[in-house]
Ligand binder design. Sequence first.
Ligand SMILES: O=C(O)CCC(=O)C(=O)O
Length: 254
Amino acid sequence: MNDAMHELSPDTFERDGYLIVRGLAGREDVGAMREAVLRALDPLQAPAEFEADVGYPGSPASRDAEGGSTPRRLLQAYSRGSIFRRWATAPELAATLRSVMRKERIEMSQCHHNCVMTKHPGFSSETAWHQDIRYWSFDAPELVSTWLALGPEREENGALRVIPGSHRAHLDRGRLDRHLFLRPELDENRKLIDTASLVELEAGDALFFHCRLFHAASKNRSGKVKLSAVFTYHARDNRPIPGTRSDRYPSIPI
Ligand SMILES: O=C(O)CCC(=O)C(=O)O
């Protein structure tokens, strides 16, 4: 599919499990977010997740190995400044969420994503095919994440790839490995992966994607860090399961 042709309609989202809204964030807001992120990266302001923590292909073997201090994500983005709070609750973002979720009352989870992805050249890793819902616990697997590009996202710097319609697929457990990644060596998975689309974005473009949509990304082979602000939303009547990781912090009504 040509992403530029992607229609802005809830039906498209329902069919494909994702939607791209071009230029949803203005240049000034993107610039302010970039500045805040670059400040938080040097010196690094916690909390952060490191490439070495995830153990994905290509990541440094430990925090002590070469590149071991490469941050993968700045966590708790919502608490990092008013610019992030403004974006995560922006009326234009909320309007698209209401439309694709077909719900009026929506909340932002502080427990999932709520981060800035900081994909660095050199030591970033490959993220294999997965659904975000795999480790999340809500009454219904119906959450939507927004991925805001703070710079260009291309194959070369590790842009996301998505499998259109895969949020509707029901796969046998055997098609997933122990970490719930798609097993690429299986023919039936290969066929599914062959239908993937690359999500190319410019600064200010936002990808909305369903928590069951299979997606993946490669490492950053360019010379510049790739920054993307990512937040996750659920309908107010879709509650996190008490006592789980999804229930550590209260959600924020938007
Ligand atoms: O940029 C990447 O490597 C993908 C990140 C991702 O899919 C995730 O954190 O769920």
